[in-house]
Design a protein around this ligand. Structure first.
Ligand code: DAH
Length: 362
């Protein structure tokens, strides 16, 4: 040190801890010549540009904005020295300060926009869904043909204004036979042998038990549909099963005739199969008089699909309806038979075999 030259007296300014500290010559600030203030502004402008370009987060960018453009920021500080300039010099410095401010301002805005875009892109990249990734395979379920027939018929009858009811599968002799006008030793019982429980109850042989149960509890007019499982001591073959499904429907009101029954059956067969040939064949059921069976033409043969008739006056009496005032019809359909016709199934046993090769066709 010679002592002849003034020691550079440095003041260190740290911009909010960002980037390199900006070193300003304190002599410049205190002697305040116009050219040194101009130089400082230019240095600040350049430094700001570099630091803004290097900022990695929006928070850091905000700190830079405060450090440069804030009330107590770098640019304001330099302008604080303007008081020592002459009146002619001030406008030039003021104009330069504005230029630097505007430049810093727009650099801040540009950087902010690109940081925001980068943040969104990073988020999008992080949340990307790989649609080419193989999923977890779950085999698709299907409606079983038996349930499908029940659903279709329910829809048809609900459309005709029927109410859906149900009855128990374990039934007493009274509801399954006696109230339906089966006399204790009537041979009609032989055709519907079933499994008996020790207390005398039985597994119901048809859904006709629902007629008695429903009519006991409701006054006419009634229009009812009931579906469910039935049981018989039947030898299983291509068209018979020991456990099967029936759909029962019946209506009671003043003035109901056999023609209403015929029309209803024709309407439901049409809705299920289209206009295929059907025939009514006289038959006997203890609970209807007259009675009929209905066959549909299936593979060149007649296949019985339902029994029906006008509700017997004895049944009316058993449920407390006056047969002189009310008439009604009833019918019971074999669901499996209908499914076989609809899908041209050759053997009833396929419906119970749980063979996926068969079931997947529906
Ligand atoms: N229950 C009869 C059976 O299982 C079917 C049947 C016939 C039901 C005539 C009825 C009917 O409601 O009126 O064979």
């Amino acid at each position: 040190m010679t002592g002849l030259l003034p020691l550079p007296h440095s003041e260190t300014i740290t911009l909010a801890g960002l980037g390199r500290p900006l070193e300003l010559n304190a002599d410049m600030a205190t002697t305040s010549s116009q050219s040194s203030l101009e130089a400082e502004l230019n240095v600040l402008g350049n430094r700001a540009e570099t630091e803004i370009a290097q900022t990695a987060t929006l928070e850091d960018l905000e700190q830079l904005r405060v450090a440069y453009l804030g009330k107590k920021g770098q640019i304001s500080k330099v302008l604080g020295g303007m008081g020592k300039l002459s009146a002619e010099e001030r406008p030039r410095l003021g104009a330069l300060a504005n230029t630097v401010k505007t430049a810093v301002q727009s650099q801040l805005e540009n950087r902010k926009a690109s940081l925001q875009t980068a943040a969104i892109e990073a988020q999008l990249a992080a949340e990307t869904l790989d649609v080419t990734m193989p999923g977890v395979y779950r085999p698709q379920g299907r409606v079983h043909p038996i349930n499908s027939i029940i659903d279709q018929l329910t829809e048809i009858f609900v459309g005709l204004g029927y109410t859906v009811a149900s009855g128990p599968e374990i039934e007493s002799d009274y509801y399954n036979f006696e109230a339906l006008n089966f006399l204790p030793d009537h041979p009609a019982r032989d055709m519907q042998d079933t499994l008996y429980l020790p207390n005398g109850d039985l597994l119901r042989t048809h859904t006709s038990n629902t007629q008695i149960r429903y009519m006991q509890d409701h006054e006419p007019p009634v229009r009812v549909l009931a579906t469910g499982r039935c049981y018989r001591r039947d030898t299983v073959d291509a068209t018979h099963a020991a456990v099967f499904h029936q759909i029962e429907f019946f209506a009671v009101d003043k003035g109901i005739t056999f023609t209403d029954l015929r029309g209803t059956i024709r309407a439901l067969i049409d809705a299920l199969f289209g206009e295929i040939p059907i025939r009514f064949r006289p038959s006997f059921f203890p609970f209807t008089e007259p009675s009929a069976e209905v066959d549909v033409e299936w593979k060149g043969r007649w296949l019985e699909v339902l029994g029906c008739g006008m509700i017997d006056p004895n049944v009316m009496k058993a449920v407390g309806y006056d047969p002189e005032v009310y008439t009604g019809f009833a019918a019971g359909l074999g669901v499996e038979r209908l499914a076989m016709v609809q899908h041209e199934i050759d053997d009833i046993r396929r419906l119970y075999s749980s063979d996926l090769r068969f079931l997947q066709q529906f």
